[in-house]
Design a protein around this ligand. Sequence first.
Ligand code: ADP
Ligand code: MG
Length: 158
Amino acid sequence: MEDHHLENTLIFQTSDARQTEDLGERIGRALGPGLVVALFGELGAGKTTFTKGLARGLGSSDLVHSPTFNLIHEHRGRTPIYHFDLYRLKSSVELEDLGYEEYFYGEGVSIIEWPEKCLGLLPADHIEIRISGQDDSRTFDLRATGPCSMQILRSIKE
Ligand code: ADP
Ligand code: MG
């Protein structure tokens, strides 16, 4: 499934939702406290499906679904899991009111759908994942933006 890898990037491909969940699980197993995962991709790209796998890899057996009417859903795994869906976010003020720093800079793992809504608030060191594709095929472009996320990518490669 792995195409190639550079120092700070990693690419995967899946051909159905199940494979996307399994990929999420594999990556979730490599995640640790304090990490932020920014999930870019259009509606239906597979961000929530992938998040289900991430949560499983983080040791949560919760049913993860789209938190459309809540900005955030919290799950209990090896570490707390904060699943954000910012689709309906009108302004970053809403995130400030929510106390986003407690999540983004806390001990849990933050997973963010529609991170383009909070670009200025993301910690410098995070994992950026861009999901694209058509029909049932999806490409996952992972990019590390600092030392912690780089370490995670390295451990996923092994
Ligand atoms: P998003 O959260 O990005 O809006 P969802 O995960 O909610 O997307 O939905 C993705 C949809 O695409 C689901 O209906 C899923 O069954 C379908 N799908 C088809 N192929 C894939 C794939 N390879 N990976 C993920 N989802 C896929
Ligand atoms: Mg979603």
